[in-house]
Design a protein around this ligand. Structure first.
Ligand code: SF4
Length: 366
């Protein structure tokens, strides 16, 4: 989906790479690179949730952090559609960028390349993309009250006065299902689920159009996970926000994502509409992840595919298809040649040499 041709696309990531240098010795000489993200491309439509799934170390969190520009990517484009009605800050920034007519050509029409923005210019755009973190215990400063935590982005990005800030924070807390009377309490007075709600209120403060949710329910009890997921869905329906929902297994994203991308060792190996990916996976890695998704039909016996070994070291990935040492279908060609990306007309794509030969097992989803 090309952001320049399709006005429903809010974010398009093209060939994103984040390589971290490995330094050794007295002079910290660069002896190699960890290829945490190695040529990732996907898009997110307005009001859509895209699930980004893979085991620990596959690069999904690094990709999310590049998108919010916590990291400056090594290569690639992060194209984001500007809002039709610009805020005052955004209007000033646009004038600033246009007056400089930047050599890096970060803007093209109403699309801006986040990857090329300099730190000075990032401030106004950062409010458009926010992040919710995995661990609600460590992501909130224990020495700040809820009022301070939730209002911090407003203090940085707006000129709201103290009384206005309190009203705004009270509205945000109500929106996420917390009582405004608690705004003067500290995070340790709240449960894990409530802390995650505080994190969501903070992320909503600046009316972002995209939220990168980095495993937002992984650290929570199963009983609380559904409540937080429901809250995110309700907020999406009300505010039209888009989510990039990062998770380590497919059962979490099943009910929230319209489309799902599966990542392995810094690359996307399969991307499709959710139902298609769950019912008829095209990549053996997706099939293995799906075999761990609990079945809703107790009579249906499914084989659990146990992946042996860990995700290989991203500084020294296997040759050919990086999944070949763990793939039950691997053939000689898989060790030698990188599989091409093959996509059908309905947008279901996978990178596997045997994509047209294998008949893989999925799960039944509603
Ligand atoms: Fe398995 Fe080969 Fe496909 Fe890689 S290309 S997933 S090793 S069958």
């Amino acid at each position: 989906m090309n952001i320049h041709e399709n006005h429903h696309v809010l974010l398009e990531v093209r060939n994103l790479k984040m390589h971290f240098p490995i330094r050794r010795g007295l002079f910290k000489k660069v002896v190699g690179h960890v290829r945490a993200v190695d040529g990732v491309s996907f898009s997110v439509k307005k009001g859509e949730t895209l699930g980004l799934v893979g085991e620990s170390g596959c690069g999904k969190t690094t990709a999310g952090r590049c998108i919010v520009r916590a990291y400056s990517p090594t290569e690639g484009e992060i194209l984001f559609r500007e809002e039709e009605s610009l805020t005052e800050d955004m209007r000033k920034l646009k004038v600033h960028i246009n007056s400089h007519r930047r050599k890096d050509n970060a803007t093209q029409g109403d699309v801006i390349d986040f990857a090329r923005l300099q730190q000075d210019d990032l401030r106004a755009y950062r409010r458009e993309i926010q992040m919710i973190f995995q661990d609600p215990y460590s992501s909130l400063n224990p020495r700040m009250t809820v009022l301070d935590i939730v209002s911090e982005p407003l203090v940085i990005h707006t000129q709201k006065k103290s009384a206005e800030l309190k009203d705004h924070v009270a509205d945000l807390l109500r929106k996420v299902g917390l009582r405004p009377e608690y705004m003067n309490r500290y995070p340790n007075a709240f449960s894990g689920g409530q802390r995650q709600r505080i994190g969501i209120a903070r992320a909503l403060a600046l009316h972002p159009r995209l939220i990168v949710c980095d495993e937002p329910v992984s650290a929570l009890d199963v009983s609380v996970q559904a409540q937080v997921v429901n809250l995110l869905q309700d907020l999406q329906a009300e505010l039209g926000i888009s989510y990039l929902f990062i998770a380590h297994d497919l059962s979490v994203v099943q009910h929230v994502s319209q489309r799902v991308a599966v990542m392995y060792l810094g690359k996307i190996v399969e991307l499709a509409e959710s139902k298609a990916l769950y019912r008829v996976p095209k990549h053996p890695y997706t099939e293995a992840l799906l075999s761990a998704v609990p079945s809703t039909n107790p009579d249906l016996k499914r084989e659990r595919i146990v992946l042996t070994g860990d995700v290989p070291n991203p500084s020294n990935p296997p040759s050919g298809c990086a999944f070949h040492p763990r793939c039950r279908y691997a053939r000689e060609i898989c060790k030698k040649e990188t599989p091409p990306w093959v996509e059908t007309l309905d947008g279901h794509g996978a990178a596997c040499h045997l994509v047209n030969e294998l008949s893989l097992t999925g799960v039944n989803v509603e």
